[in-house]
Design a protein around this ligand. Structure first.
Ligand SMILES: NC(=O)c1ccc[n+]([C@@H]2O[C@H](COP(=O)([O-])OP(=O)(O)OC[C@H]3O[C@@H](n4cnc5c(N)ncnc54)[C@H](O)[C@@H]3O)[C@@H](O)[C@H]2O)c1
Length: 291
């Protein structure tokens, strides 16, 4: 492979380039300028009032982007926006609502002029067994539907509407118009007891990543999904220290809960690297959840 590439480069450039210098030639023709920064981008972050979404909004703004945080009216989304100042607006809404997601996108357009990035972090979880034989009770269907509606349908609602707005952008040097990033979970792969609904909702996000990336490729919109392991968000912060330590020890390396900013850093990496597309990335310190 390297030999074929070397001959091609040499023939094209008619350059006597030694094999040692080949990597330089390759780098030159691959236009590293298409690696972009977050500066000047406009992002929509759902669930930005807490945890992974909040850390994402914070990192995006710190790196020079402007952000609309979409979160429930009674969430801390407004606090996130106030903390981040003029570069962040709060749009109160539910990801499952067509009109409220549309309004959040309009906030991005009206306040910041465009939309380049959508990050789906809003999500809910429950722990209910498929059938509780002690209580002779089946998993409430409404609870199963609620988790799928928020996590899967809500994410798709944001994706489909953001795609329309991002698609209006002028294409960049690579033809790229923007990026959409979803949040699944390692539960999409190693669902535990009681996680039928949550795993199904996250598995669906994993499953739709490739077809949506294919759907949006012609418009220069990339789509990726992050599958986090155990992260130190308010959800886990509420647990007793003993349980947190136990969970942390289950992670091979590093044996600690992930910092929300490490998730946000993965968001940044996906945005910056134009070659990553349709990928689901586990961010989990090698944990494989036990039953
Ligand atoms: N924390 C973890 O260890 C972990 C691991 C794997 C996956 N995840 C996933 O990451 C995402 C973020 O998790 P987190 O730990 O930051 O949770 P979190 O509870 O701290 O934050 C979730 C945010 O989503 C918002 N939200 C919930 N339902 C909404 C709706 N219908 N519309 C709009 N906003 C809504 C909440 O108000 C909240 O601000 C979730 O999808 C979760 O499933 C988290």
């Amino acid at each position: 492979m390297w030999c074929v590439l070397a001959h091609f480069v040499l023939a094209q450039n008619k350059t006597l380039c030694s094999f040692r210098n080949l990597s330089c030639c390759v780098l030159n023709i691959s236009t590293m300028s298409s690696i972009k920064s977050l500066r000047g981008l406009v992002g929509l972050v759902t669930g930005g009032g807490s945890g992974l979404g909040k850390a994402t909004a914070q990192r995006l703004v710190k790196q020079g982007a402007r952000v609309v945080v979409l979160d429930l009216p009674n969430s801390s989304g407004d606090d996130t926006a106030k903390e981040l100042g003029d570069d962040c607006k709060f749009a109160a809404g539910d990801v499952t609502s067509e009109s409220e997601v549309s309004a959040a996108i309009a906030t991005a357009r009206n306040s910041f002029g465009r939309l380049d990035l959508a990050v789906n972090c809003a999500g809910v979880g429950i722990a209910v067994k498929t059938y509780n034989f002690n209580k002779n009770r089946a998993h409430p269907l409404a609870e199963f539907q609620r988790v799928l509606t928020v996590n899967t349908v809500g994410s798709f609602n944001v994706i489909r509407q953001s795609a329309g707005e991002i698609g209006k952008n002028d294409p960049g040097p690579d033809g790229e118009r923007g990026v959409i990033i979803n949040t699944a979970s390692v539960a999409a792969f190693d669902g535990q007891i009681g996680q039928a609904a949550y795993s199904a909702s996250k598995g669906a996000i994993v499953g739709m990543t490739l077809p949506i990336a294919r759907d949006l490729a012609s418009q220069g919109i990339r789509v990726c999904t992050i599958a986090p392991g155990l992260f130190d968000t308010p959800l886990l912060a509420a647990l007793p220290e003993k349980v947190r330590t136990f969970l942390a020890r289950m992670i091979p390396f590093p044996s600690r809960l992930g910092h929300p900013d490490e998730f946000a850093h993965m968001v940044q990496f996906i945005v910056e690297n134009p070659m990553i597309n349709a990928e689901v990335i586990r961010l989990d310190g090698a944990i494989r959840m036990q039953p």
